[in-house]
Design a protein around this ligand. Structure first.
Ligand SMILES: CC(C)(COP(=O)(O)OP(=O)(O)OC[C@H]1O[C@@H](n2cnc3c(N)ncnc32)[C@H](O)[C@@H]1OP(=O)(O)O)[C@@H](O)C(=O)NCCC(=O)NCCS
Length: 177
């Protein structure tokens, strides 16, 4: 990907009915360490919650961006406007693929805010935003037993492809226009 193309992929604020997806900043780490502190969040994605310091270091790395110039790391925190608090994250990793530029997306919502349609609204907002870029395919990898996440992907317009990677099902939405 030429540098000019890569510059096209910069996270911008995305507004939806109840949410603002704010481009990730290192300063979000202390609040996000609390939002993401429940070990249950890792049931399907593996690992354990980051400490505040570890999350700070991780966000420094994410904000610095991908070391591979062909790949863009876009990260947002999800702010619930009415409660003026952060509730989770969405991300898109954008890279060249056989079928044009592809975005691998993922989402996390903190346990106290789950079950309120926040992941669905954030994922829809993210996919609509990606639709306005040069991204052609949106992909997510979801554990086959993770029905909540499958519902989020489906609501965002992705469909299972039948392919699996590392035990996770591939979901995909390919733009036709
Ligand atoms: C997956 C996750 C982001 C969902 O967040 P959420 O904000 O609670 O999701 P939503 O409220 O938008 O709900 C999505 C769907 O799951 C359903 N759902 C929500 N909570 C549920 C529950 N406890 N049991 C069963 N279904 C549930 C909702 O009804 C909705 O389906 P619908 O649109 O058909 O009504 C959240 O559970 C999470 O962060 N999990 C840990 C991290 C993770 O696994 N991320 C996924 C990586 S791909």
């Amino acid at each position: 990907m030429a540098p000019a193309d890569r510059d096209a992929f910069v996270a911008r604020t995305i507004s939806t009915d109840r949410l603002e997806l704010l481009p990730l900043r290192v300063g979000h780490a202390p609040e996000m360490a609390r939002v993401l502190s429940d070990p249950a969040l890792h049931a399907f994605i593996g690992g354990t919650p980051y400490t505040r310091q570890a999350l700070h270091t991780r966000y420094e790395r994410l904000v610095a961006g991908s070391p591979d110039p062909a790949v863009s790391w876009l990260n947002w925190v999800i702010r619930l406007r009415a409660e003026n608090c952060l509730t989770g994250t969405v991300q898109a990793t954008i890279s060249p693929s056989g079928s044009g530029t592809a975005a691998e997306i993922a989402w996390v919502v903190g346990t106290p805010w789950q079950g309120r349609g926040i992941a669905t609204e954030a994922a829809r907002g993210l996919v609509a935003w990606l639709d306005r870029t040069q991204v052609r395919a949106v992909v997510a990898h979801i554990h086959p037993d993770h029905h909540t996440s499958a519902a989020v992907a489906s609501a965002a317009g992705l469909k299972p492809t039948g392919r699996h990677h590392d035990g996770e099902a591939e979901w995909r939405r390919t733009r036709t226009h």
